[in-house]
Ligand binder design. Structure first.
Ligand SMILES: [Zn+2]
Ligand SMILES: [Zn+2]
Ligand SMILES: [Zn+2]
Length: 367
């Protein structure tokens, strides 16, 4: 056994399933911690003094790493629009060394990484869908800046940004926020997508996602929304009802390299989508996940690793409303049963989008 091994926080590899698992014993969980009744009630209604993400409570979070704030205001004081802090109970920590060990036939990686919270607004009562366009843009700008910063750390192999909306989707605090987890290896779901895109490129010298976009624009029946810059799409083989992807029409592999103009366009497409989903499905719990390229460091023993990433991968945002529960069959088989065909989901959402946009135009005209 390696004497420096920190078993409180490490990644363990499952050779049978070919995937890593993060063990994060930040708080040693007792069985009673997992009982639903023992959990603090989710604060849903109104601003609470106890909420660490509310303006004025900046001292209740770890110090801020990044913020967009009014000129002249100091860090960790009011006056911010978006605020990024370390997660109080991190799955991985930036202070930890990246080391590899063997434990018998098993592989272990120490828990070097980062776990950050992006507080999307100081307003406790708003959801991301309620925010005006410039505020949504600020949230995406914060994502871009955090990825750019963490890309400089060669220990980090991937930076995943995601959002859990409502307790049913895994949010432990009601105040709207998203999260970032940087990992010392590429997470399994991303790795598989990256590998498939690269294989396709090796065979065809084309981007698979660009091909999908071209085809879906021609078919049309799974389009939820499109403008000059973006396609909002119900995937052909959606695993979940109302699963929705936001895809840039122009080939781009790396979210962190988006221009300011592209951030505005992304914010618009995201806002249109979230508002339609909120109205159509009565503010459903949802997760979204940003899939973008990993930092393209050369790796010892893998000179070919990300050599074509610029051409073969295409960033996108995947949104999954949590309307059904993942049960035994789905867990055991990794075969999902989706009761709403994506063509029907697209039609409902498409109608909602156009109604919302008409209303917003009328509102804007009457002010
Ligand atoms: Zn709050
Ligand atoms: Zn592409
Ligand atoms: Zn993806």
């Amino acid at each position: 056994m390696n004497p420096q091994r920190d078993t409180l926080r490490e990644l363990r590899f499952d050779p049978l399933r070919n995937r890593w698992v993060i063990i994060a014993a930040e708080r040693a969980r007792r069985p009673s911690d997992y009982l639903i009744e023992a959990r603090a009630p989710a604060e849903r209604e109104g601003r609470t003094l106890a909420c660490p993400f509310c303006e004025g409570n900046e001292d209740k979070t770890p110090p801020e790493i990044f913020a967009l704030r009014e000129a002249g205001t100091a860090p960790n004081t009011p006056g911010w629009r978006v605020r990024v802090v370390s997660n109080k109970f991190p799955a991985l920590r930036i202070e930890d060394q990246a080391r590899r060990y063997g434990v018998g036939l098993f592989d272990v990686l120490s828990g070097a990484g980062a776990h950050e919270v992006i507080i999307e607004t100081p307003d406790h009562t708003k959801t991301l869908a309620d925010l005006p366009l410039p505020w949504v843009r600020d949230v995406l700008l914060s994502y871009r800046e955090r990825i750019r910063d963490l890309f400089r750390d060669p220990r980090l192999r991937y930076i995943l940004i995601f959002k859990n909306h409502k307790p049913e989707a895994g949010a432990s605090l009601a105040h709207t926020h998203s999260q970032l987890i940087a990992t010392p290896m590429v997470p399994p779901a991303v790795k598989q997508e990256l590998a498939i895109c690269r294989e396709n490129f090796v065979k065809k010298e084309r981007c698979l996602i660009c091909d999908i976009i071209a085809q879906e624009l021609a078919f049309g029946d799974r389009i939820i929304y499109q403008d000059e810059a973006f396609l909002v799409w119900a995937p052909f083989a959606s695993a979940f009802p109302f699963e929705t992807w936001i895809l840039p029409k122009t080939h781009r592999h790396d979210f962190s390299r988006l221009s300011d103009e592209e951030l505005w366009q992304t914010a618009h497409a995201l806002r249109v989508t979230l508002r339609a989903m909120k109205r159509l499905l009565n503010d459903p719990p949802y997760n979204f996940i940003l899939h973008t390229s990993p930092p393209a460091f050369a790796r010892p023993g893998h000179p070919e690793y990300w050599s074509s990433i610029e051409y073969d991968y295409h960033w996108h945002l995947e949104i999954v409303p949590r309307l059904t529960r993942i049960a035994g069959f789905e867990w055991g088989a990794e075969l999902f049963i989706n009761p709403t065909p994506p063509e029907a989901a697209a039609e409902y959402l498409r109608r909602e989008v156009s109604e919302n946009m008409k209303e917003e135009e009328t509102d804007a005209a009457s002010h």
